[in-house]
Structures are given as C-alpha cells and as structure tokens.
Design a protein around this ligand. Structure first.
Ligand code: ATP
Ligand code: MG
Length: 344
C-alpha cells in the first residue's frame, strides 16, 4: 500500500532554552493507506505529542524543531508537507484528510448542546453548502454507523453513557470520511467489555470505509491482536517498528520485550515495568548513548556512548518490515508467552 503519512525526523521540544523537554527526537514513521498502526510506550514517552505534532495541533509551549510530515492523498493528487503548509491548506485538510480523537475526548463534548447539534456543527464547518436537512440526515447516519440509535441526536451528553459519548467522538471523526483517523487512548476510561465493542466496531468501519488508523494505547497485547503494525516509543523516539506478526514472534528491542511482559499502569505516577527496573530518563537531561541503556540488562560500553539508529535487523530478509534501534538488535529476545495472545 502507498504511504499516506510519512513522518521524517520529527522533533518537538516543550520550551526553548536548555530547560526544554525533548519530547520527540527525530521520529521516523510511515503510515500506509488503510493500515492500522499501533503506537505503544510508557506514559510520557511522547505518543500524544507525536499525534499532535503530526497534525499541526501541538499546543504551546510545544515547539516543532525539525522534520517533515508528508501527506499523500489516496483520492486525488495532493501531496504536501503539513509542517510547511499554510493555514488555509491546514484548515482544509484537518478533519477532511486526517481526523483525531483526542485522549479523554469523550469528556470534551459541550454539555449544553444536544449531540445532534454538535455533529451538524462539525459538518457545517466543512460543508457550508449542505442544507440543514442534509446535515441532520448525515448526523443520523453517522450515529447509526457507530451503533447508536439515530434518535439519540436529541440527547445531551450527560444523557449518554461514557461508551456512547466515545462513539459520538468517533462518529465526529468519521464525519468527513477522512483517510487517516488517529485515536489517542480512545477507550481506556471505559470498562473492558465496552472497550472491546467499540474497538471491534471501529475495525469493522475501517474495513468498510478504508481509512488508515493510528491507534495509541498502553495495551500492547491489544495491538498485537488488532494492529497491522506496531511502533514502540521510548523517551521521544521510535525504538522498534514491526508488523504485529513479527512483534508477536519475537520482540527485538529489550524495551519492547519488557513492555510485552508487563502491564504498565494506564495513568498516574510512573511505576516500574514488571521486567524492567528503573524509570524513563529525564527528558531535560538525556543520557549520551541509548536512552534505555540505564535500564537495560543487556547494555554494554558502547550503549552508553553511541546513539542507536532505527535500522533493519541482521535477520533483514526474514523480517523485512522490522526496524530496531538497538546496538545488539540481532539478538533474539524471549518470545511472547501464549497467554498474552488473547482472542475474542
Ligand atoms: P501518556 O501515555 O501518559 O498519554 P504520552 O506518551 O502521550 O503519555 P506526552 O503527553 O506526549 O506523552 O508527553 C511527552 C513528554 O512531554 C512528557 O515528558 C511530558 O511530561 C511532556 N509534556 C507534554 N505536554 C507538555 C506541556 N504542555 N508542557 C511541558 N511538557 C509537556
Ligand atoms: Mg498521551
């Protein structure tokens, strides 16, 4: 499949002097048309920052300090770098090409307006020539698409359950039939059963409508199940990027291995991962070599001085889609236990 979004060497700081937090450091990631790309990593590794920066929605004090984000439309011949696009182009592209469901979005519905009004307003902003009746019909259709009875258009947000509000946000993201939908922790505030339902529905819609998905979550086992490809972040960098099958067979980066063997807390204070002692580095004072070296049980001298680069592994031909940023990337880390492979 052709690339729809090519993120190259993307760097983001929060702040601008030597107290700046280096939230993203040269991130390289490609999203292909129709693909489900999972983005995983501990709290604070930069997942949301990546989603915001790649869509030019990064709020201050966030500062994009370098890189490019090239969007290539699969429907027409538009191709442009989002980081260099002017406001007009960005406004036209936002929600039309790329829609994002923000972390905690289900609480961002306006409490004083009915669901229908919020959906039709979102459509109206981009489809000014549509009649009110057409917009309402579309809003109705969108609600049903995400499994909510159309007559719920008349409900206020507080009259809907958390799961329903989350579905409304997904409906809103799909309103203009974007080519890319980014979901930042879309379901973690919901109970597991509702989470499953929403994700399954999303995957059905993806198959139907053909958009590409970037799915951000702490739950790597969920990604192994539903993503085509998984990128793992650590301290502002992608440290492993592989197909879900490659990842399931064997993680190659010791950090990925740790992630897969433990269950990091969803929110709140950072805690130690099961298999990995220590905590992520201070993004204001990063170590000189590999950012993970201080926690890595395989680290040797060179890991503390040399920055590993995201490259193909020594097994290149056997795992053509995998890239790892580790100086000993050809080492086989323990395979994931079968117990992690949950089927539903
Ligand atoms: P989580 O899983 O908790 O959502 P995340 O991977 O999405 O975490 P980000 O929110 O992208 O992480 O944050 C990356 C880093 O940037 C963190 O160290 C965070 O403290 C820092 N950061 C995020 N937003 C700001 C801000 N507005 N000002 C300063 N630092 C920030
Ligand atoms: Mg986040």
């Amino acid at each position: 499949n052709q690339p729809v979004l090519e993120i190259r060497n993307l760097s983001v700081d929060y702040g601008y002097d030597d107290t700046a937090i280096r939230a993203l450091r040269g991130v390289d990631l490609t999203l292909h048309a129709g693909e489900v790309l999972g983005l995983a990593g501990e709290s604070g590794c930069g997942k949301s920052t990546l989603a915001y920066a790649a869509t030019r929605l990064l709020p201050p004090p966030g500062l994009i300090t370098g890189g490019e984000v090239v969007f290539t439309s699969t429907r027409d011949d538009r191709r442009f770098d989002l980081l260099r696009a002017d406001d007009r182009l960005l406004r036209a592209s936002r929600w039309e090409d790329t829609a994002i469901v923000f972390q905690g979005a289900m609480n961002s519905l306006n409490p004083v307006y009915r669901i229908g009004r919020q959906l039709t307003d979102a459509i109206a902003a981009h489809r000014p020539r549509q009649s009110a009746a057409e917009r309402t019909a579309r809003a109705h259709e969108l609600l049903e698409l995400v499994g909510i009875p159309g007559d719920r258009l008349r409900s206020y947000p507080h009259q809907l359950s958390g799961g329903m509000r989350q579905r409304v946000m997904i409906a809103m993201a799909l309103a203009l039939e974007p080519q890319i939908v980014i979901m930042d922790e879309p379901t973690t505030a919901l109970d597991v059963v509702v989470q499953r339902q929403i994700i399954q529905q999303l995957m059905r819609l993806r198959t139907e409508l053909g958009f590409a998905v970037v799915f951000i979550t702490h739950d790597v086992s969920l990604l192994i199940e539903l993503a085509d490809r998984i990128a793992v972040m650590y301290a502002g960098q992608i440290i492993e990027d592989a197909t879900a099958v490659e990842m399931y067979r064997a993680p190659r980066h010791p950090y990925t291995d740790g992630l897969l063997h433990s269950f990091p807390p969803l929110h709140g204070p950072r805690q130690e991962l099961g298999g990995i002692p220590g905590s992520p580095p201070d993004l204001m004072a990063l170590p000189s070599g590999c950012a993970f070296a201080p926690r890595c049980r395989f680290a040797f001298d060179r890991c503390r001085t040399d920055q590993p680069v995201l490259t193909k592994t020594a097994l290149g031909d056997e795992e053509p889609h995998r890239r790892v940023a580790c100086l000993q990337h050809d080492r086989d880390v323990t395979a994931i236990p079968d117990s992690l492979m949950v089927r539903h």
